[in-house]
Write a protein that binds this ligand. Structure first.
Ligand SMILES: Cc1ccc([C@@H]2N[C@@H](C)[C@@H](O)[C@H]2O)cc1
Length: 447
């Protein structure tokens, strides 16, 4: 392998309890909120193409005019307690919240910037009450931080000249200072979610990104940081020059889910997903396909069946309220999680072969296997191929506990019959398995 000073420092996944806790989340919430929520994808009354949180970079927008939005940021409907309750009722176990997006606007009172919540009419820290409210609901908080900062004059896309490097050195110091602030002001933060690290300037800063990660983990032992922060000294990201993951989990699954378990490559991973096709910040016009709760639950089950977490994004409006579609989705998902959560929480890949009707998950606590059924066959007969030397001791519908008929076909092939009727949301069947020899024991009449 290639000798690397700033490549991966660990081979294989983390084995500590903080990471085990991260693996068990199942369902998370992402929140994108900032100045971009005020225009909500429109500028001078016209819709602007692209993601709403990227509107400052549109040719139609004068960056100075965008930055002046700070004088309008006064979210009178911001209610972090209500936000946390909505997340709790949805079944959320962790939340990732934008402290600073690419536009550089800081939702916390940063001493290192003049473009923060303190220079807005709101004049109060947004993050602190948010962290407190979510933690109170038992939801862990992760902080999103964009390295790329369009507002900071020392930001560089590329280091072409000596003066670029001098400016970018100042920028790196500024970045380290802001991250220190975040971990100091909000000590219960469980992890940092980095973005805006794809440009050449950052790819040329592999050593710094490595030292920064080590510094942050020293400041907060156990901190969870994905593979989007680092570059190695050759400019590789996510995987170093030896093909080893840099970071605690694979952070490439943005608006996409691995097709096969092979694509997971054995890494820890999460998928972050938008409700509309590609809007993270509030957009007044959700054009294109908007996902239903069933679609979202299918994505959630899909991710868990492949050993990952699923994180759904919400984009509150400029005034701090949520749009109706998001409120309804949170409720519908929460209703399903209330009945079927054991198939999602502390669950992961099962040892069953995937079938067309949906996804298998396996609980790490109950040891039970779950069938999350999306595509009910016209026959209502679900094919189940039982792994070697295992037998199904019981098969029940979650919620109703109704025992379902099990029919042996041949060899390891069985059918489980789902009760008929139209379902609005996926059904979950709980399988209690026992090993063959255990079964023989059970079959032997007690002497
Ligand atoms: C090309 C591209 C760059 C940045 C993004 C950001 N990452 C997401 C998590 C959002 O923050 C989006 O603005 C999305 C696409």
């Amino acid at each position: 392998s290639i000798p690397l000073r700033h490549g991966a420092h660990r081979i294989g996944n983390r084995t500590d309890s903080d990471m085990a806790h991260w693996r068990d989340y199942g369902l998370g919430q992402f929140i994108h909120w900032g100045l971009y929520a005020i225009p909500g994808g429109f500028w001078h009354g016209q819709p602007v193409n692209g993601a709403a949180e990227w509107i400052r970079s549109s040719k139609k927008v004068d960056p100075k005019e965008y930055d002046a939005l700070i004088s309008q940021f006064n979210p009178v409907k911001y209610d972090p307690v209500a936000w946390a309750l909505m997340a709790k009722n949805m079944g959320t176990k962790y939340v990732t919240f934008t402290t600073k997006h690419h536009d550089g606007f800081c939702l916390w009172p940063s001493k290192y910037s003049d473009f923060t919540i303190m220079q807005s009419p709101w004049k109060k820290d947004i993050i602190k009450p948010f962290v407190e409210a979510y933690n109170k609901q038992g939801i862990d908080v992760y902080l999103y931080f964009s390295i790329m900062d369009w507002h900071n004059p020392d930001w560089r896309y590329e280091l072409k000249t000596k003066s670029d490097s001098v400016a970018f050195d100042r920028f790196k110091e500024f970045t380290k200072n802001q991250l220190t602030e975040l971990l100091t002001l909000y000590p219960t933060t469980k992890g940092l979610w980095f973005d805006g690290t794809w440009d050449k300037s950052w790819k040329a800063s592999g050593a710094f990104s490595d030292e920064l990660e080590q510094y942050l983990k020293k400041l907060r032992p156990g901190l969870v940081i994905g593979s989007r922060l680092r570059a190695d000294e050759k400019g590789n990201r996510h995987l170093d020059a030896n093909g080893r993951l840099m970071g605690d989990y694979h952070q490439v699954w943005e608006r996409k889910i691995p097709e096969t378990i092979a694509e997971v490559k054995g890494y820890d991973w999460e998928c972050v997903m938008t409700v509309p096709e590609n809007q993270w910040g509030y957009n007044a016009r959700w054009s294109g396909h908007v996902k239903s709760s069933s679609e979202i639950i299918e994505m959630l089950a899909n991710c868990v069946s492949k050993g990952g977490n699923f994180v759904l994004n919400f984009g509150p409006k400029g005034d701090g309220s949520f749009r109706e579609e998001e409120i309804r989705l949170a409720k519908e998902i929460g209703n399903w999680m209330a009945v079927n959560g054991e198939a999602i929480y502390a669950a992961g890949q099962s040892d069953f072969r995937k079938e067309d009707w949906g996804y298998y998950t396996k609980s790490k606590t109950s040891g039970k296997t779950y069938m999350v059924v999306f595509n009910t066959p016209v026959t209502n007969m679900l094919k189940v191929n039982i792994p070697k030397n295992q037998k199904i001791a019981s098969q029940k519908l979650l919620g109703s506990k109704q025992v379902l008929p099990l029919e042996h076909i041949e060899g390891r092939m069985h059918y489980i019959r789902l009760p008929g009727g139209v379902r609005q949301q996926p059904a979950v069947i709980e399988l209690q398995l026992i090993s063959d020899d255990q079964k023989k024991e059970l079959d032997v009449p007690k002497t």
